[in-house]
Design a binder for this molecule. Structure first.
Ligand code: PLP
Length: 408
């Protein structure tokens, strides 16, 4: 059945205490009770509409979490102080001796968490090519608790076959956790079989690059387990989001569908132009992208293929020249992160994937000249293209067709 995340968010209505169209922002860390017995009850179990202490829940965070749960067609959600807070809180469900099977091509911070930090607590990870389902199956053992994937991977834009990965996980009693940061609204991993979705709200969902935030979306039982006062990883690790930020993100969430369409439209335009001029470009909406048909099968209609695109400039020096030229030409900013209304670009090998050792980057296909673009909401993308074309020329980026000609 067709699912429309934007309509689900649109129908989420909450009001402030005077009927304000935006809900009031909770400005308290703690809440009074008239009856001590009620306080005891609330401490023991979550009671709808009752709040005890803001690390546990506060009303503003709950509104944002409820809206995000609707967007993913889920029972429940919890918002966090960062995307990494959401990921680490979720993966802390693993105990010493447990294993994780994770995509080889993932965000560098997640890689470092799995490779360097979690082993200190006895949790180990096997990194595999998630496109190779036999390799994923072979990596699973009785101790595998989680398969971890990104819906569209950072930075190479590989699309995860969520239904197939969910089956592999469930056959072995493991959970499939999907990071949906690159494709909010476009892909709905829980509807495709995943057990938990995490997002960095810092990116598209907030969309204004003015704060850091994250969320975990799943079943009510899973989110309740994160909030258990005795053993919940959210409750005890404490990555609580500030209520003022939650209020801002909730307002921005209501325009996410329009922004995603425009990011996708602009990225598709530029990807097609670059490809037609012979440049080495990766974008899931291009027919040349190996996962275009998989993406078409999994995506919600109407939001496009997303705003992320990569361009291989051939080598690091040329990539640097190009990025400086693009910034000077006001195409966007040389900056990490994504989902901002302006175009952002950076070289993953020297920034957001630099935590991954060079040999593993090479195995995953992250070359030295690779530039990752988060395409902005430019009103006149044809005009942007003309600027980009001049920058490609001045930085000496060679179209792929010319590389081949030079090899021959
Ligand atoms: N997941 C992905 C795919 C990311 O790209 C990032 C950050 O770049 C994160 C998670 C971490 O999010 P945050 O920076 O909000 O902690």
């Amino acid at each position: 059945m067709k699912f429309d995340p934007a309509s689900r968010v649109q129908d989420f209505l909450v009001f402030g205490e005077f009927g304000d169209v935006n809900p009031s922002i909770t400005d308290s860390s703690t809440y009074t009770f008239l009856d001590p017995a009620r306080m005891e009850e609330v401490f023991e179990h979550e009671i709808e509409g009752c709040f005890l202490y803001s690390r546990h829940w506060n009303p503003t965070n709950k509104y944002l979490a409820d809206a995000l749960a609707r967007m993913e067609d889920a029972e429940s959600a919890q918002v966090m102080a960062s995307g990494m807070g959401a990921i680490s809180t979720t993966l802390s469900i693993c105990s010493s001796g447990d294993e994780i099977v994770c995509g080889r091509n993932i965000y560098g911070g997640t890689y470092a968490l799995l490779k360097n930090l979690l082993p200190r607590f006895g949790v180990t990870t096997k990194f595999v090519d998630l496109r190779d389902h036999d390799a994923v199956r072979a990596a699973m053992t009785d101790r595998t608790r989680v398969i971890y994937a990104e819906s569209i991977s950072n930075p190479l834009l590989e699309v995860s076959d969520v239904p197939a990965l969910a089956k592999i996980a469930h056959d072995r009693g493991a959970k499939l956790v999907v990071d949906g940061t690159f494709s909010p609204m476009i892909l709905s991993p829980l509807r495709l079989g995943a057990d938990v979705v995490v997002h960095s709200l810092t990116k598209y969902i907030n969309g204004t690059s003015d704060c850091v935030a994250g969320c975990v979306i799943s079943s009510k039982a899973f989110i309740d387990s994160l909030n258990d006062v005795n053993s919940g990883t959210s409750m005890l690790l404490g990555p609580v989001l500030d209520a003022t930020r939650a209020a801002g993100i909730l307002k921005n969430l209501h325009s996410l569908h329009i922004r995603m369409r425009k990011h996708s439209e602009n990225a598709a335009f530029l990807a097609h132009r670059l490809e037609s001029h012979g440049y080495e470009v990766h974008y899931p909406g291009l027919e040349s992208h190996p996962h275009q048909s998989l993406m078409r099968r999994l995506m919600n209609p109407g939001y496009g293929y997303g705003g992320m695109m990569t361009l291989d400039a051939g080598d690091a020096a040329t990539a640097n020249k190009l990025m400086v030229a693009l910034q000077e030409a006001k195409v966007g900013y040389l900056a990490v992160s994504l989902g901002y209304f302006k175009t952002l670009f950076s070289m993953p090998g020297k920034s957001t994937s630099s935590e991954i050792p060079a040999e593993e980057r090479a195995l995953a296909g992250i070359s030295d000249g690779l530039i990752r673009f988060s395409i902005g909401l430019d009103a006149d993308i044809e005009h942007t293209w003309r600027r980009i074309e001049r920058c490609l020329e001045s930085a000496g980026v060679k179209p792929r067709t010319r590389w081949y000609a030079e090899i021959e």
